[in-house]
Design a protein around this ligand. Structure first.
Ligand code: 5GP
Length: 205
């Protein structure tokens, strides 16, 4: 199962995603490729694979990305191999990607579970961005303008988490994943041998 999570910057996405991964086993994070430089304690291969613009463009031409987009002037992309490895090995893959990339994945993988995370209002988002105090005024204003564009995409997602209370949002995100895992159509392979045991019993008895 592929889980896509998108949110405007400052909506609390990282906190919710980290809590989900801690609480629900069997989910791996898709480490994207990006041309932006590492921030703070970020290390290559953990948050992202950091590559040059030239290398990114070479990989685009080689068709290596399931999706890619330009966000805040940098390229970001999901490598196909992550999705293929997840499908092969049978774990769920979490994609933390922007709305443009999400739209591309929705087209290619219509079964993907899509979650949009949203601060309860623009005002609250602005307060949160200021509280982080890691950004300049110019960056805060730019993030708010971007948020106004990104929220327009919320209606394309199956689930929307209005992130007012973090603990409640974590619970909701965990519930979404757990419920999606037991959808009948996802259980097809597991279900048929179980149903067979009942059917063969009927035939015998
Ligand atoms: P940041 O630079 O703050 O880590 O991420 C900026 C934005 O890029 C976030 O909205 C994040 O979800 C998005 N992003 C990260 N990885 C990818 C990716 O592989 N593809 C796309 N389309 N967006 C990504």
């Amino acid at each position: 199962m592929v889980i896509i999570v998108s949110a405007p910057s400052g909506s609390g996405k990282s906190t919710l995603v980290n809590a989900l991964m801690e609480q629900v086993p069997g989910i791996r994070f898709s480490v994207s490729y990006t041309t932006r430089t590492p921030r703070g304690a970020e290390r290559d291969g953990e948050s992202y694979h950091y590559i040059s613009r030239e290398e990114f463009e070479r990989r685009i031409d080689a068709g290596e990305f399931l999706e890619y987009a330009e966000v805040f002037g940098n390229y970001y992309g999901t490598h196909r191999s992550y999705v293929e490895a997840a499908a092969y090995s049978g774990y769920d893959l979490l994609l933390d990607i922007d709305v443009q990339g999400a739209a591309q994945v929705m087209d290619k993988l219509p079964d993907a579970v899509t979650v949009f995370i949203l601060a309860p209002s623009r005002e609250v988002l602005e307060k949160r961005l200021r509280k982080r105090s890691e950004d300049s005024e110019e960056t805060i204003q730019r993030r708010l303008r971007e948020a106004s564009q990104e929220v327009r995409f919320a209606e394309r997602y199956s689930y929307v988490l209005i992130n007012d209370d973090v603990a409640e949002s974590v619970q909701n995100l965990v519930s979404i994943v757990r419920a999606e895992r037991v959808k009948r159509e996802r259980l097809r392979e597991k279900l048929s041998p179980i149903l067979d045991t009942y059917l063969s019993q009927t035939a015998a008895g």
